[in-house]
Design a protein around this ligand. Structure first.
Ligand code: GLN
Length: 537
C-alpha cells in the first residue's frame, strides 16, 4: 500500500514547513525508502514564473521546464526525489484544468463545484505522483497556513485521501509555532488553536513539529500532547538549529521518522545518516574561510537567490571552507566614482546571478570589470554571463555602446539579443527557453576541467543569448566560448583569457547542487576563492 504524509502549517507562515517536509524526506530516504515530494501552492497563478522575486522569492526550474516554488529547491537539496511539473500544484492549475474540462463538455448537464470537482482534481494530481510503481512514500506539503481561505479545498482533499487510504497509510504532520514572551515564558496557546483549526477541517494530526527558539522540554510537550490528542512520541521539538542541515538529525534523535513509520505499519530500517553528519560537521568546523560577494538587484530578500546561496555553501562544504556571503546591491556600484577597493576589495570572489530588467545592470558591469582586471574569481550565471560579455565588448573590444537588446532595443553593438525562437513570443508564463538541455564543453577549458566531461545537462531560464554576429570579434580578442549547444548555435559558457577563474554560464547550475554533492562549478569557483583568500596578505 502506498503511504502519504501531509505536511501543513499553523499559527503563521514562514515556519519552515518546506525544510521540515524535506528533512522527513531525507530521513525516509536514509532508511532506504523511495520518496516523492509534492508542493501545493494555494495561489491563483498557474506557476511561480510570472511572480516577482520580491513577492515570492526565487523561481525554481525543473528539468522539464516547470517554473515552480522555491520549496522544490529544498526538496532537491535534501532528497534525491525527481522533480518535475507534476510535483508542483497550484490553485491556478487546478481551476484551469477543471474549467477547460467544463468548456470541453466533460461535465455536461452537471453543476461544476469546488467539492467534488476541484477536490477530485487535487486528489488526482497527488495520486499521479504517489501511484508510480516504484514509490513508497509521498510527502505532500500544503503551502499557506491552516485557516487561510484559499487552503480549504486542499485540506479537504487531504482529509478525503487520509480517509480513503486509512490513517495507517496516510499521516498528518502539522508544523506550528511555540513562541516565548518577555521573561522567556513559553506559550502553547497558539499551537492549541492551530491544531483545533486543523481538527475543524476534519484532520487529526499524528505529528506536531513545534517551532521554537530553544529545545522544548518534556513538560511543555506533554501539555501540548494532552491538549491536542497527539501521542507524546509524535510531539517533536523543531527548535532553531545552527544550520538547516542539522534538522534531519534533530528529528531523527527524537524518533520522528520512526514514529511515522510505526503509525503507517511500516517496518523500520536502519538509517544511513553518515553523509548528513559529515555535512553538519564540515559546516560547523571548516578549515578555511572565504568571503564571496554577490552582486545582484534583489538583495533585500534572502529568498530571491535561494539556490545560489545554498550552492555556494555546498561549494564551501566540498572545499572544507566556510562561506561568508557579502550581499552587494549592484546599484551601489553605479555612483559616478564608487570606492571599488572598499566595496569589492574585501571579497575573494564575485558572483553575478540571474535577473531581469535594467535596474542595476551598469553596477554589475562595473563588478565584472573589477574582477577581470584584478584577477578576482568571477562566476556569472545567466544574466551574469551576459554581463561578462557586455563588459568584455565594451572595455576590451572597445565597443563602448555594447549592450543587450533586453535593455537597449537599438544599439550599434547588440552583443546579447533575443533568442530567435523568442521573436514571435507574445505571452508571458512558461514561454522562455526553459528546462534541461545538453551542452558540449570544449577541451582545455575551465568548464571542462570542472565537470570532467564533454557533455553536460543543465537547466535554462532565459530569453536572451550571446549574439552570434558578435561572436567572431569577441573570440578574436580572447573571450573563450567554452561550451555551446550540441549544434554549436548557442553560447552556453564563456571564459576570460589569462584569468585565474572568470567563467559565465547561460544556464542555472545552482538548481542541481546538493549539500552532500556540491555542483562541480560551485565547487571549482569556491576552490578558486579559497586560493585567492590564502594569497591575501
Ligand atoms: N534576462 C536575461 C534573459 O532573459 C537573463 C535571464 C536570467 O538571468 N535568468 O536572457
Amino acid at each position: 500500500m502506498k503511504k502519504l504524509i501531509f505536511v501543513t502549517g499553523g499559527v503563521c507562515s514562514s515556519l519552515g514547513k518546506g525544510i521540515a517536509a524535506s528533512s522527513l524526506g531525507a530521513l525516509m530516504e536514509a532508511r532506504g525508502f523511495t520518496v516523492r515530494m509534492v508542493k501545493i501552492d494555494p495561489y491563483l497563478n498557474v506557476d511561480a514564473g510570472t511572480m516577482s522575486p520580491y513577492q515570492h522569492g526565487e523561481v525554481y526550474v525543473t528539468d522539464d521546464g516547470a517554473e515552480t516554488d522555491l520549496d522544490l529547491g529544498n526538496y532537491g537539496r535534501f532528497t534525491s526525489a525527481p522533480l518535475s511539473r507534476a510535483n508542483s500544484i497550484t490553485t491556478g492549475q487546478i481551476y484551469k484544468t477543471v474549467i477547460e474540462k467544463e468548456r470541453a463538455g466533460d461535465f455536461l448537464g452537471r453543476t461544476v463545484q469546488v467539492i467534488p470537482h476541484i477536490t477530485d482534481e487535487i486528489k488526482r494530481r497527488i495520486l499521479v505522483v504517489a501511484d508510480s510503481p516504484e514509490v513508497d512514500i509521498t510527502i505532500v506539503e500544503v503551502g499557506g497556513t491552516v485557516g487561510d481561505m484559499e487552503s480549504v479545498p486542499f485540506l479537504e482533499a487531504a482529509r478525503q485521501l487520509i480517509h480513503e487510504f486509512g490513517r495507517q497509510n496516510a499521516v498528518s504532520v502539522h508544523v506550528t509555532l511555540v513562541p516565548s514572551v518577555s521573561g522567556g515564558e513559553i506559550k502553547t496557546k497558539p499551537t492549541q488553536h492551530a491544531v483545533k483549526e486543523l481538527q475543524e477541517m476534519g484532520i487529526q494530526p499524528d505529528v506536531l513539529v513545534l517551532r521554537s527558539k530553544e529545545p522544548l522540554d518534556e513538560g511543555i510537550r506533554r501539555k501540548i500532547s494532552s491538549f491536542t490528542n497527539v501521542e507524546m512520541e509524535g510531539v517533536i521539538s523543531g527548535h532553531d538549529v545552527g544550520t538547516i542541515f542539522e534538522l534531519p538529525l534533530v528529528f531523527y534523535a527524537q524518533g520522528a521518522d520512526a514514529f511515522i513509520l510505526k503509525k503507517m505499519n511500516v517496518e523500520s530500517r536502519h538509517a544511513e545518516l553518515g553523509p548528513w553528519k559529515k555535512v553538519v560537521e564540515k559546516t560547523k568546523h571548516p578549515a578555511a574561510q572565504v568571503r564571496i560577494g554577490i552582486v545582484g538587484k534583489y538583495m533585500e530578500l534572502h529568498d530571491a537567490y535561494k539556490s545560489v546561496w545554498e550552492a555556494l555553501y555546498h561549494g564551501g562544504i566540498a572545499n572544507d571552507a566556510g562561506v561568508e556571503l557579502v550581499k552587494i546591491d549592484s546599484s551601489s556600484l553605479e555612483s559616478p566614482a564608487p570606492d571599488l577597493d572598499t566595496i569589492l576589495g574585501c571579497v575573494d570572489g564575485i558572483l553575478v546571478p540571474g535577473g531581469f530588467g535594467e535596474r542595476g545592470i551598469e553596477g554589475m558591469i562595473v563588478a565584472a570589470r573589477y574582477a577581470r582586471e584584478k584577477g578576482l574569481p568571477y562566476f556569472g550565471i545567466c544574466l551574469g554571463m551576459q554581463i561578462m560579455v557586455i563588459e568584455y565588448a565594451r572595455n576590451v573590444l572597445g565597443w563602448k555602446d555594447a549592450h543587450s537588446t533586453e535593455f537597449r532595443k537599438t544599439c550599434a553593438h547588440p552583443v546579447v539579443s533575443l533568442l530567435e525562437e523568442q521573436i514571435d513570443v507574445k505571452t508571458y508564463g512558461g514561454t522562455m527557453r526553459l528546462g534541461a538541455s545538453e551542452s558540449i564543453t570544449a577541451a582545455d577549458t575551465g568548464i571542462r576541467r570542472a565537470y570532467g566531461s564533454e557533455t553536460i545537462v543543465e537547466r535554462h531560464r532565459h530569453r536572451y543569448e550571446v549574439d552570434n554576429k558578435a561572436r567572431p570579434e569577441l573570440e578574436k580578442t580572447g573571450l573563450k566560448v567554452s561550451a555551446t549547444t550540441p549544434d554549436g548555435s548557442l553560447v552556453e559558457s564563456c571564459e576570460w583569457p589569462n584569468h585565474p577563474w572568470g567563467l559565465g554560464v547561460q544556464f542555472h547550475p545552482e538548481f542541481k547542487s546538493r549539500p552532500t554533492k556540491a555542483h562541480p562549478l560551485f565547487k571549482a569557483f569556491v576552490a578558486h576563492c579559497v586560493i585567492h583568500a590564502k594569497g591575501q596578505p
